[in-house]
Design a protein around this ligand. Structure first.
Ligand code: NCD
Length: 327
């Protein structure tokens, strides 16, 4: 991780090395995190959760400004970052509709970033191209938080996903995690599988043939001695699954509508399907869902996807406080 505040780090009190490790940093990929980092993020997220329950909003980031720059649609990611910043007493410049900004006049990403950082302290960026956040980070002096770069990564989502697993199941060790759906274009599973490879887990990938997990990610995870297996039939792995991570088929990434139509209804989680799963396990989904989990399943205690959304608020509060040196 490269710090945008090297000079300032030198003057930080030695007291909390962990704060210094995040202060001024970009969050671009889950590859940058160690287990120790995760423990620290989750510790801070836990404190955030308690503070929100106790007092709702407080002044940790009073006077700080976040730019929320979204070149792709978002509900949860953009509004949870907004809520996170405002609960910490900061404020937000939302640029959700880039078509009303100078981007529509042909402004380059580096120029838009250089502009926004004049007015803000931290930038959250979602962009359709892989590597866009890394590019932005090269030009920015302020921290860039990757909120999804095309089919690349979605590191803050993976952090909240892992936090959900830890909160719901106690810890992330010795679990069997099954990822289901669009593993080719789904950036959330690209980040989560990499992040989970820090733990002793078994990973099952269940998808239609044309939506398999990219081979380079499988190889990367294989190098860490993690057991991985690929399937097209969920019933082969559902009975020993501890975490079933369901994803939406990413319609917007397909070359032709016919390709999308051929796989869009490949898997649907229903109470009936879930009769074959363990009693103590969880079903997760980054949301939005478009039919891959039936609403009939929502009242099942194993349905963790709405709780998962809420955990996202605390994790994003933690990340903002940490990169701004206030955790
Ligand atoms: C995901 C995304 O944008 O990658 N949504 C999210 O951030 N919660 C998943 C999706 O769009 O399917």
């Amino acid at each position: 991780m490269v710090s945008k505040n090297q000079d300032r780090n030198i003057h930080l009190p030695l007291g909390d090395q962990r704060t210094a490790r995040f202060y001024g940093r970009d969050i671009l990929s889950v590859k940058q995190f160690s287990k120790e980092d995760l423990n620290y993020i989750f510790e801070v997220a836990h404190e955030m959760r308690e503070m929100v329950a106790r007092i709702g909003t407080f002044d940790l980031l009073k006077g700080k400004i976040l730019a929320n720059l979204f070149y792709e649609p978002s509900t949860r990611t953009s509004s949870s970052f907004t809520s996170a910043m405002e609960r910490l007493g900061g404020s937000v410049i939302p640029i959700n509709e880039v078509r009303y900004s100078s981007v529509s006049k042909g402004e380059s990403l580096p120029d838009t970033i250089r502009t926004l950082e004049c007015y803000t302290d931290v930038i959250v960026l979602r962009h359709p191209e892989v590597g866009a956040s890394a590019l932005a980070a090269q030009y920015a002096r302020k921290p860039i938080l990757n909120a999804g770069d095309g089919i690349g990564e979605h590191p803050t989502q993976a952090l909240l996903d892992l936090y959900t697993i830890v909160e719901e199941l106690g810890n992330a060790e010795n679990l069997t995690v099954t990822m289901l759906g669009d593993l080719k274009y789904g950036r959330t599973v690209h980040s989560l599988s990499r992040l989970l490879s820090l733990f002793n887990v078994k990973l099952h990938y269940v998808s239609p043939e044309i939506l398999r997990m990219p081979p380079e990610i499988i190889e990367e995870i294989n190098d860490k001695d993690i057991l991985q297996s690929e399937h097209t039939d969920l019933s082969e792995v559902l009975p020993d699954t501890d975490v079933l991570y369901v994803t939406r088929v990413q319609k917007e990434r397909f070359d032709t509508p016919a390709d999308y139509d051929s796989v869009k209804d490949a898997y649907v989680i229903t109470p009936e399907v879930m009769r074959k799963a363990k009693h103590r396990m969880i079903v997760m989904h980054p949301l939005p869902r478009v039919g891959e989990i039936s609403m009939d399943f929502d009242s099942d205690p194993r349905a963790a996807y709405f709780r998962q959304m809420e955990y996202g608020l605390y994790v994003r509060m933690a990340l903002l406080a940490m990169v701004l040196g206030k955790a």
